[in-house]
Ligand binder design. Structure first.
Ligand code: FAD
Ligand code: EPU
Length: 346
């Protein structure tokens, strides 16, 4: 299916009314490669999207957007494991639900994260004490121009906190076509995250964790259909232990976690200290229960309004704590993704 001068309002979770010159919804690899090649030949920008839940459009897009709906879930069983080969256009939460219904456990902590399976390895989606890194066996990518397919095994994906090789070396010239997941038949609950620790005292099952996490997420994160948002706008900062201890002397109530040689801070807490939940600029604010989530409150603001509000947060937090937040959301202008350092710099 193809559309001309199409509004992306229903295809990005900030609910921005950005228009795209040409939009295609693809259901197979052949069409994806053909379109990509055609637009590259014309030197027109080309962008692939899953569900638009981690992007901020600043302006209309002057090229081609391909919406990936290449589906398929294939399961292979070995003595101790389930091997899943999932095509990149599947919905992530649908996959989590599907595995649990089929008595395949492990993904329950990652319930209700929006987006497609193919986007999940890009920022190594994570929540409630785990991330896709723990279950991903491989990621298959294609260069749509020469149709060369490569399999990247887990250890070569360079998975880190909200980062992977797919945001770096394999960025732009490759498309993720499928993801291989490896789930143990011996289920061990993961209840390390502070807000689910207490579940240890119950007769816990994967289904109970799944429902519990869906419920807290529904309470903590506004549904994008009601108030446009892209989840956490910024990443949580990692700082040196020395800097962390210095800050803790000034702000003794600041929450933190020691991770290897770093201290991980809560960006939400830092933003909270700057009282942004009381501010609203051109319809943009932060969610009252979770300051890390920037809202297009009335779904009428523009991408630039959201960007300006995020820059205000960045500067205020930076000046107060000398901590310069890094956006998690990908920023897209008329010709493609832009380097956030253009806007987010000291
Ligand atoms: P899109 O926004 O469509 O794309 C994101 C980027 O990936 C773009 O640069 C796009 O060009 C690129 N891309 C998309 N598909 C492909 C492909 N097949 N090949 C190559 N590049 C591709 N994230 C978390 O980690 N944890 C959370 O708890 C979490 N909670 C969220 C809650 C809400 C309400 C929202 C709106 C977002 C949340 N996110 C969270 C962020 C988001 O869900 C993830 O980043 C998700 O993986 C994005 O998927 P998507 O399909 O929507 O990607
Ligand atoms: N906090 C505040 N005020 C806030 C928000 C958080 O004080 O407004 C403090 C509290 O101390 C709270 C702690 O931060 O106990 C942690 O908060 P929360 O559990 O909500 O997690 P988070 O660190 O704010 C991260 C991810 C989320 C993920 C949750 C749950 C990032 C950038 N965000 O948020 O991911 O769902 O943990 O694991 O790492 C996303 O990436 O889009 C996203 C939503």
């Amino acid at each position: 299916m193809s559309y001309l001068n199409y509004s992306l309002k229903k295809l990005n979770t900030f609910n921005l009314s950005t228009k795209v010159y040409k939009l295609f919804i693809v259901k197979n690899l052949h069409d994806l490669c053909k379109l990509w090649k055609e637009y590259e030949k014309k030197c027109m920008p080309c962008l692939i999207l899953g569900e638009g839940s981690n992007v901020l459009f600043l302006n209309n897009f002057y090229g081609l957007i391909i919406i990936n709906r290449i589906k398929g879930i294939y399961i292979r069983e070995s003595k101790n494991h389930w091997n899943l080969h999932v095509n990149s256009g599947e919905n992530w939460h649908y996959l989590v639900e599907f595995t649990i219904k089929n008595k395949i456990y492990g993904l329950e902590n990652l319930a209700l994260i929006p987006g497609c399976v193919g986007s999940a390895p890009i920022q190594n989606i994570g929540a409630y004490g785990t991330s896709i890194k723990k279950f991903c066996k491989y990621v298959d990518i294609i260069n749509p121009v020469n149709k060369k397919i490569q399999r990247i095994n887990n250890k070569n994906c360079n998975f880190k906190y909200r980062d992977s090789i797919f945001k770096n070396e394999y960025y732009k010239k490759h498309v993720i076509i499928s993801v291989g997941l490896f789930l143990s038949k011996k289920w061990i609950p993961n209840l390390e995250y502070y807000s689910i620790k207490h579940l240890k005292n119950y007769n816990i099952t994967p289904q109970k964790i799944f429902h519990y996490i869906c419920n807290i997420r529904k309470k903590k994160i506004p549904h994008p259909k009601i108030h446009g948002n892209a989840g956490s706008f910024f990443k949580n900062p990692y700082i040196s232990i020395k800097k962390g201890l210095k800050l803790l002397k000034i702000f003794p109530t600041m929450p933190y976690i020691i991770k290897h040689h770093y201290i991980k801070l809560s960006a939400g807490w830092l933003i909270n200290q700057c009282n942004f939940s009381k501010c609203i600029y051109n319809g943009v604010t932060v969610y009252s229960k979770q300051s890390l989530i920037i809202l297009n409150k009335f779904n009428k603001s523009s991408g630039i309004d959201i960007l300006n509000f995020a820059i205000k947060i960045y500067n205020t937090v930076g000046k107060k704590f000398d901590i310069w937040l890094e956006p998690e959301v990908r920023i897209i202008d008329s010709y493609g993704e832009i380097n956030p350092l253009i806007y987010f710099k000291k």
